[in-house]
Design a protein around this ligand. Structure first.
Ligand code: GTP
Ligand code: MN
Ligand code: MN
Length: 375
């Protein structure tokens, strides 16, 4: 029998959507280093380098055992010279000078801080950095630079930058379900994103909402948010109504074969009151601080008609890299376009799918369960 440290690169397929990628894997010190370099490349607008490092990290997450010798990298897909060098450095010295240099740089630390703020992307963070801003205090001194979303992001920075735990996601789900069922009986609320992939903590909670009767779901979010607002649970919300008409013609389908979709949605910050009986993993022993009575949590709501539900579920479960790889596989290997609305042959209507399994089948892929999509 092969030992766990023996890796057969020949058996590892090139696309992440062809591999099983569990949450816990055997190469964390390497993947953390490569993800740091990917993130840093993203901060400099180097999308190509970002994807190269991310692909290499993703390959290591799918290996059945730890890399213990640089020779094991030979033949692995997506492993270029640069990524190999980083792994070699880590194997030999336990540390990579390049990664350490990046992590300690003012540029990386500031960009990481700023992009962590809800509503701040790389472009804005870079602009602020070039203006000489470095800290949250620097930003607060310049209120006019902030939009409503960013202001909320900074106001709730402490809560939002701490992890959302699984039991908190479940509590939020009960609150959202109550509101959804009151507005539209028979609707379903499905936990998606990282928690559906089995993560125990996340940066937000993602929900996908649908109703068994096509069309009933339209316009649901404003009513749900109104109800939650009347309960004092909404700290911030931005609702977008659906814009399906933009997706009607194929040109748009082609250009929109990305993460962006046209569903009705809401990016929000909700207030999760602390229930006295709830288990709190962070609470240690000793005197309890006169604790706050709740926590601000980022919540994403997406509403899909039942006919597109399987595509929306697949598209919002992630990981982001798994999604990117699915779309790349569809395009390059199957000459089809996949997005969160459908799977399209050129010049043809979407292929119907009642489940995620149907979509994998259409693509000629083995079904990968959500817990194995942590690419
Ligand atoms: P954490 O929240 O950080 O724990 O991880 P996560 O995987 O849940 O990340 P996130 O909540 O950012 O995204 C969840 C999934 O939704 C990922 O697969 C993303 O690709 C997808 N996603 C996020 N934003 C959008 C969007 O605007 N449109 C579409 N179609 N998908 C999105
Ligand atoms: Mn999420
Ligand atoms: Mn999200």
């Amino acid at each position: 029998l092969p030992t766990r440290s023996q890796v057969d690169p020949g058996s590892l397929p090139a696309y992440a959507c062809q591999r099983h990628t569990p949450l816990n894997h055997h190469n964390l010190c390497f993947t953390e280093a490569l993800e740091t370099l990917a993130e840093a490349a993203g901060f400099e607008g180097s999308q190509g380098r970002l994807i190269s490092f991310r692909r290499a990290a993703s390959v290591l997450r799918a290996l059945p055992g730890p890399i213990t010798n640089v020779s094991q990298l030979r033949g692995l897909p997506c492993f270029g010279d640069h990524s190999s060098r980083i792994v070699q450095e880590l194997l030999e010295h336990g540390i990579s000078s390049e990664v350490e240099r990046v992590k300690q740089s003012e540029r990386y630390q500031t960009m990481k801080l700023f992009t962590q703020i809800f509503g701040v992307g790389v472009k804005t963070a870079d602009k602020w950095y070039r203006e000489g801003l470095r800290t949250l205090e620097d930003l607060q001194g310049q209120t006019r630079k902030l939009n409503r979303q960013q202001e909320a992001g900074i106001r709730h920075f402490e809560d939002l930058s701490s992890s959302v735990w699984r039991h908190e996601a479940d509590a939020i789900q009960r609150v959202v379900e109550e509101a959804v069922w009151q507005v539209l009986p028979g609707a379903s609320v499905t936990l998606t994103g990282g928690f559906r992939r089995g993560k125990l903590q996340g940066h937000d909670v993602d929900f996908l909402i649908t109703h068994p009767v096509e069309g009933q779901e339209a316009g649901l979010i404003p009513k749900v948010m109104g109800l939650l607002e009347s309960q004092g649970l909404v700290l911030y919300q931005h609702t977008q109504s659906n814009h399906y008409q933009d997706f009607k013609d194929l040109e748009h389908k082609v250009s929109q074969s990305t993460a962006i979709d046209a569903y009705e949605r809401c990016f929000s910050i909700l207030w999760l009151p602390k229930s006295p009986t709830s288990f709190h993993p962070e609470a240690g022993e000793g005197p309890k601080e006169p604790s706050r009575d709740g926590k601000a949590v980022r919540v994403d709501l997406v509403v899909a008609p039942i006919s597109q539900f399987a595509f929306a579920l697949l598209g919002w479960t992630g990981s982001q890299h798994f999604e990117r790889e699915l779309r790349r596989f569809s395009r390059a290997e199957k000459q089809m376009l996949l997005n969160s609305h459908g799977l399209y042959h050129p010049e043809k209507e979407s292929l119907p799918a009642a489940s995620e399994e149907d979509i994998f089948t259409h693509l000629g892929l083995e079904y990968i369960a959500p817990e194995q999509r942590n690419a």
